[in-house]
Write a protein that binds this ligand. Structure first.
Ligand SMILES: *Cc1c(COP(=O)(O)O)cnc(C)c1O
Length: 391
């Protein structure tokens, strides 16, 4: 008997319920096509929206940075780990997003863990969309503030809850920008109105909108034209930007405060030099041209249009994320498995990531796909859809 025997039982339970997470290993660069088990697969799984993860310009920038700065940051940023590239990247991101200032983190996840507890504490209250990302949920828990969930994107419910919870110090409203399972967008203009009316801090996590929404991928604040009205914009450099890292954009004072009180900033080492250099190159490319963002949206529009014509239920996404709604988890798993056999890599998503009975295949579009990739992919989706009686 060991004190960890219960883990084996838990794992067996997960496998019996079909909830065990089998992780595929990618044997190539992350791109529109990837190699899995020695076979070229058409990739509809990645958040690599703009195809930057394997872009020659980003790779060259990362290599140059290694030659100049080496590979490791050496320490946390507040002690000896801030290099020129971090400062440059933060300036470039602030400019790109028309924000006063910006701070980078190791990831989007740590950006949330740093930011929320730096803003609210025991005497305070957080109003959080019930479908918010795990990193927001964990950031809220770490803050020890009272957490009040509101129904997804339901402004009437939020306003009612705001009215019920007035007896607190600071009040924070936090929402995902794009909800990654359905591809729908938070009504940020209405969130702004409510935050202003009720004197709340407003924070949006734009992980799936960064590089996707707004002019040339400037994000959800730009999409709604709300510059200066959203207190905190969190983002990631790991999705459309193709690298890894997180960011917070907002007022100079906010960034200054996070440098003093953001725990993952103070107690965990920074993005590496090649990461920062590759991100800087990504920002430069987005500043130069909207070509990649335009291609992403054109690809997504084509995929959605054709899938709807074939008769698939593709939900109500308004972004390049396309859910194929299938209902029961076993059907979604079978669908994903048949796609895989036919050469398409697209994940089945079921409970607890989405509600019971709402299992789906999530199709992630990318500028990395050519027209013929999309045609090839669509033919396989249609074949499997007919075979399994979905269309
Ligand atoms: C993906 C995601 C994150 C995490 O970003 P990483 O950079 O991968 O840590 C945070 N928030 C939301 C809403 C996300 O979708």
């Amino acid at each position: 008997m060991s004190t960890l025997d219960w883990i084996d039982e838990e794992i067996t339970n997960l496998k019996e319920q079909g909830l065990y997470n089998h992780i595929r290993t990618i044997e190539s660069a992350m791109d529109g096509w990837v190699v899995i088990n020695g076979r070229e697969m058409l990739n509809f799984c990645a958040n690599n929206y703009l195809g930057l993860a394997n872009h020659p310009r980003l790779k060259a920038a990362a290599k140059d940075a290694i030659d100049e700065y080496g590979v490791g940051p050496g320490a946390v940023r507040s002690i000896a780990g801030t290099i020129t590239l971090h400062d440059k990247l933060e300036q470039a991101l602030a400019e790109f997003k028309h924000a006063e200032a910006c701070l980078t983190f190791q990831s989007g996840f740590t950006a949330n863990l740093a930011t929320i507890p730096a803003l609210v504490g025991k005497e305070d209250v957080i109003f959080s969309d019930e479908l918010n990302h795990a990193s927001i949920i964990d950031g809220c828990r770490l803050s020890r503030a009272k957490i009040v969930g509101y129904a997804h994107n339901d402004m009437a419910d939020l306003e009612a809850k705001l009215g019920e919870h007035t007896n607190y110090g600071r009040r924070l409203i936090v929402s995902d920008g794009v909800f990654s399972m359905d591809g729908d967008i938070a009504p940020l203009d209405k969130l702004c109105d409510l935050a202003e009316k009720h004197g709340c801090i407003l924070m949006v996590d734009d992980a799936h909108g960064e590089g996707v929404l707004g002019t040339g991928g400037r994000g959800i604040v730009d999409h709604f034209g709300l510059h200066g009205r959203v207190d905190i914009e969190v983002g990631t450099l790991s999705k459309a930007f193709g690298v890894v890292g997180g960011l917070v954009a907002g007022k100079k004072s906010l960034v200054d405060w996070l440098k003093q009180r953001g725990r993952p900033f103070l107690f965990s080492s920074a993005m590496t030099a090649p990461d920062a250099a590759a991100c800087l190159e990504a920002v430069a490319m987005l500043q130069e041209s909207t070509e990649l963002v335009d291609r992403l949206w054109a690809n997504a529009t084509l995929m959605k249009g054709e899938m709807a014509k074939m008769g698939f239920d593709i939900g109500h996404s308004t972004t390049p994320i396309v859910p194929i709604m299938l209902g029961e988890a076993p059907l979604a798993r079978k669908f994903s498995q048949r796609l895989f056999e036919e050469g398409v890599f697209a994940m089945a998503i079921g409970f607890p990531t989405v509600a019971k009975g709402k299992a789906r295949i999530r199709v992630m579009n990318s500028a990395a796909h050519s027209q013929s990739d999309l045609e090839q992919g669509l033919a396989i989706f249609e074949k499997v859809g007919r075979e399994l009686g979905v269309i």
